[in-house]
Design a protein around this ligand. Structure first.
Ligand code: ADP
Ligand code: MG
Length: 253
């Protein structure tokens, strides 16, 4: 998408689990080339919002619009094929497989028929081009020298980078990162921040759920703050930091 183009619009979205409104009437938009941080205390509804956008859990009401297309009712695989890539809060890699093989999974998942069908039926030529693309993305996240090693031998910080490479193989219009800095050491967080800045400069659009306030305040162009399922505040990091309600929510006051 061209810079500034609307990539994602969430309109008055509600997600009800029994008697609990995990997401309650939340709206925001995300434009191409932007990093939007989604923050809030534990239980605020961030992961639920992620699952609504990726189609893992359908919204109870409201709309999710991806590049002008209503995807509210689409299943996760269809949404991923429309160009939404994601990483998971808990790393999901195949530890016995190489970095290249793991990254290639991002391409299989995008193909028609899904993962298994394409692993079985992919033509040699497609397989080779997918492998080349996987290598390019591995290089892009700075792991080229370990491309043929087993993923399970990587330290956590580099596994996170590999997950990002895997998501990038599908060339997503929107990249969702669920707490990518969780459990990382200081220097690994620095490495992650450098990569996300580079991706942004290259035009990748990112929705970032992150607990590490320093990281998200430094990286995000704008923030949406959730609390008890509702949108509590929205604005630049500076605006959000000044917001009285946000301070209270975080200080438990
Ligand atoms: P966050 O990611 O901000 O910590 P979540 O989106 O995980 O918050 O959770 C928001 C609220 O919704 C919490 O009270 C949680 O217990 C509840 N919740 C999340 N998923 C489910 C589910 N599948 N069924 C019932 N309640 C859920
Ligand atoms: Mg969560």
């Amino acid at each position: 998408p061209a810079n500034g183009e609307e990539v994602l619009r969430v309109e008055h979205v509600v997600k009800q689990f029994g008697g609990l409104r995990a997401v309650n009437d939340v709206s925001f938009t995300l434009h191409a080339g932007e990093i939007l941080g989604l923050i809030g205390p534990n239980g605020a509804g961030k992961s639920t919002m992620f699952n609504l956008v990726t189609g893992v859990n359908p919204a109870t009401s409201g709309r999710v619009v991806l590049r002008g297309r209503d995807v509210t009712k689409l299943p996760a695989r269809a949404i991923s094929r429309l160009g939404v890539g994601r990483t998971f809060q808990h790393v999901k890699l195949f530890p016995e497989m190489t970095l290249v093989e793991n990254a290639m999974m991002g391409g299989y998942a995008r193909a028609r028929g899904g993962l298994l069908a394409s692993m079985l039926h992919l033509e040699r030529r497609d397989e080779a081009s997918l492998q080349a693309e996987a290598l390019r993305e591995i290089e892009r996240v700075g792991l080229r020298d370990q491309a043929w090693n087993q993923a399970g031998n990587l330290p956590l910080g580099k596994q996170r980078l590999l997950e990002i490479a895997r998501a990038l193989v599908a060339d997503p219009a929107l990249l969702l990162l669920d707490e990518p800095a969780a459990g990382l050491r200081y220097h690994e967080k620095q490495e992650l921040a450098t990569l996300l800045r580079k991706l942004k400069a290259e035009g990748v659009t990112i929705l970032l759920v992150e607990h590490d306030m320093d990281l998200v305040m430094n990286l995000a162009d704008r923030l949406v703050v959730m609390n008890y399922g509702e949108k509590l505040a929205e604005g630049t990091p500076a605006e959000v930091q000044r917001h009285e309600g946000v301070r209270e929510a975080y200080l438990g006051g």
